[in-house]
Write a protein that binds this ligand. Structure first.
Ligand code: V47
Ligand code: SF4
Length: 392
């Protein structure tokens, strides 16, 4: 349970500056941090301080519970009309012969291949292909639901949705309702990048802006759908831009309460137009997670996406505020392997995920997309898990 003594010791340290003591007391007393506090944490707080406080908040909210799910991705295409400079994955529409475009039958075959497997979620995301429109995706959603009514469909970034709705000449409300009725259950957090126009205009000028992204998520929340949010950090943005980004999300969450999870995504620099930038250190990564946990006080969950960070680094985040490490994935996404992640074929069995979490003395709990508990794995024999076909 949350270690209040560790926080009290931290705040009693005579070497700690007055401003960090004040921020620490706010955290202890559940007072909201200002944007200035957020920037101060990034600029001045030692990692050890951030770790104690973020872990305190994580344990106050969730104890040792660490969530994971059993999921797979479908990436219908990497052909994209946009040209985000950080993206290693997309191929421009003009060079589409270099990319891939799955047919509807191929996509449904992927779903069929999971017919007897205990996955609970499919995550559908891809490039913005001008020929895959709203009707096409609505039809696909209906067909997936017909095959697997129990499968939660988390699909389409706000970038894909914005393009689909505009092309169909529908309002965000009507477009979202149409897809929700066709079977779309929730939205992933992609496409957020950095909201501030000073940065957005340099890294992804041609896709939906901050206001458009937030409006799409707000509309989904109003329809009763849950969504996630991301930040793409560690490139040309400053700490001020990161805090501004988190503040916009926190404000929307105050209004709707519809976000489940915040997912910081580390910029990976292989094979994209920003490859000249170095990748951030692991220390900077842990700072990002910890400050997010402290600043985003109305987000229930903080997720480290292991295919992007690598397994051991994902373990480390569990001491810096994170309480969710995503899912089994089953080698079904290419976004991060193409951007240079160490995880070239991201896949973990349930037994591997459980042991990863147990190794760092946390409690592995399988969840569904909406964080309903499916099973607590803390006392399960790992050997039994490896041989039980219903569990892997
Ligand atoms: O929006 C693209 C990012 C995102 C790079 O909601 C990159 O559960 C780092 O949003 N380096 C898409 N990041 C993926 C995404 C996501 C992933 C996992 C879970 C969830 C969820 C959402 O990937 C894009 C962009 O921010 N991205 N290229 C890169 N080179
Ligand atoms: Fe297209 Fe998404 Fe890549 Fe941007 S990040 S180029 S929208 S696939």
């Amino acid at each position: 349970m949350s270690d209040i003594k560790a926080v009290e010791r931290l705040l009693a340290d005579e070497n700690l500056s007055g401003e960090l003591k004040k921020i620490g007391s706010k955290v202890l007393n559940k007072e909201r941090l200002t944007e200035e506090d957020g920037v101060t944490l990034f600029e001045k707080a030692p990692l050890s301080y951030l770790g104690v406080l973020a872990n305190f908040v994580r344990e106050r909210l969730h104890g040792d519970t660490t969530y994971f799910n059993r999921n797979f991705h479908i990436e219908p295409t990497n052909v994209c009309v946009f040209s985000c400079k950080f993206c290693s994955y997309s191929r421009l529409y003009a060079r589409r012969e270099e990319g891939w475009e799955l047919s509807e039958e191929q996509i449904l075959d992927i779903v069929r291949s999971y017919q007897n497997k205990p996955v609970t979620e499919v995550h559908i995301v891809g490039g913005v292909h001008p020929k895959m429109n709203l009707e096409y995706f609505a039809d696909l959603l209906r067909k997936i639901k017909a095959l697997r009514p129990d499968l939660h469909i988390k699909g389409f970034t706000a970038v894909e949705l914005d393009y689909m709705f505009r092309k169909a000449k529908l309002s965000v409300e009507d477009g979202m309702k149409f897809l929700h009725d066709a079977g779309l259950d929730s939205l992933p957090g992609g496409g957020a990048e950095i909201f501030h126009p000073e940065i957005r205009e340099q890294i992804c000028a041609d896709k939906v802006d901050a206001e458009g992204w937030l409006k799409i998520h707000e509309t989904a929340h109003k329809l009763g759908m849950h969504t996630n949010a991301t930040i793409l950090y560690g490139h040309i943005e400053s700490y001020r831009h990161r805090v501004d980004h988190m503040k916009r999300l926190r404000d929307l969450q105050d209004r709707t309460g519809g976000f489940n999870t915040f997912i910081p995504l580390k910029f990976r620099n292989e094979d994209n137009e920003m490859s000249h930038l170095p990748e951030q250190s692991l220390i900077e990564d842990m700072k990002m997670y910890a400050v997010a946990r402290l600043f985003m006080d109305n987000f229930p969950h903080l997720k480290a996406y292991w295919p992007m960070l690598g397994r051991q680094n994902a373990q480390l985040t569990l001491s810096f505020g994170v309480n969710d490490i995503d899912g089994t994935i089953d080698d079904s996404t290419k976004i991060y392997s193409m951007a240079g992640s160490e995880e070239q074929h991201p896949a973990m069995t349930t037994a591997q995920l459980v042991s990863l979490i147990r190794q760092v003395k946390r409690r592995p709990v399988e969840r569904d997309t909406l964080y309903h508990v499916i099973r607590d794995y803390s006392d399960i024999d790992l050997k039994e898990l490896e041989i039980d076909p219903t569990l892997n």
